[in-house]
Design a protein around this ligand. Structure first.
Ligand SMILES: Cc1cc(NC(=O)CCC(=O)O)nc(C)c1Br
Ligand SMILES: [Fe+3]
Length: 238
């Protein structure tokens, strides 16, 4: 195996074993700074900025009716979904392969079987005071096990720009305020252990999110969904 590849794998192994796994097991979340390094980090930022100014980022969907309430107060991000094979997303693909490797190095020690993930969601908060209200990513066992967010914001200053991700770890007496700093990777359990919110952002705030599925929970969720749609079809007049 080429030397650089070996060095990279060893570094990720150490990161998984010494930092990410212990923090996930102990606090339920973990963040890694300088995940890609400056050069690769800037390449990802450049590709995300290009998506933004080419108008590829659209208003985040709102679950249920957003009758009357200004969407900015609930969810003000603009998003697009990429799988990393699209033209102009090569650097995003590199990021995803590294996160995939990191997760695969963690699963053994986490006692989880994670074999799949979502596409990558590229999000931008435009800096108009928009945020994201407090919520749980996976409140009803839809299969999502770990949320991974890669932040891309140079010289972010929360006092001036807001935009903190505030996690309210279940059953803990403290909250965790995470600054969305450039080249920072945040991982946390997607379920009710980690309600979180994005505080109002007053500067453009970019992030890339992927969700990793727990195989058993995902299979169970799909089975339930199949039954649900089957019964609903039975109900409707043939
Ligand atoms: C689409 C979607 C996005 C998010 N994003 C955040 O929580 C913001 C995290 C951050 O940018 O720091 N969460 C859910 C449950 C859904 Br669904
Ligand atoms: Fe979320």
């Amino acid at each position: 195996m080429p030397f650089l590849q070996l060095a990279l794998d060893t570094q990720l192994e150490t990161l998984a074993a010494e930092q990410v796994v212990p923090a996930l097991l102990d606090q339920g979340f973990s963040y890694v700074d300088h995940f890609l390094g400056d050069i690769a980090g800037h390449m990802v930022l450049g590709q995300v900025k290009r998506m933004h100014c080419c108008g590829l980022l659209n208003d985040g969907q709102l679950a249920g009716r957003s009758s009357g309430v200004s969407r900015r107060n609930i969810r003000g991000d603009k998003i697009t979904w990429v799988n990393g094979t699209e033209r102009g997303t090569e650097a995003v693909n590199f990021l995803l392969t590294l996160i995939d490797k990191l997760i695969s190095l963690c699963v053994g020690q986490l006692g989880k079987s994670i074999r799949a993930r979502s596409k990558a969601m590229v999000a931008c908060y435009p800096g108009n005071g928009a945020g994201y209200v407090k919520h749980v990513d996976n409140p009803n066992a839809d299969g999502r096990c770990v949320t991974c967010i890669y932040y891309l914001n140079k010289n972010w200053n929360a006092k001036e720009h807001g935009g903190l991700l505030r996690i309210f770890p279940e059953g803990k007496s403290y909250v965790a305020d995470i600054e969305p700093l450039f080249d920072r990777l945040l991982l946390f359990w997607s379920d009710r252990r980690n309600p979180h919110e994005v505080q109002p952002s007053y500067a453009t705030r970019y992030a890339i999110t992927v969700w990793y599925f727990d195989s058993e929970e995902r299979a169970e969720a799909k089975r339930k969904f199949r039954d649900l749609t089957a019964t609903s079809q039975e109900g409707s007049p043939s």
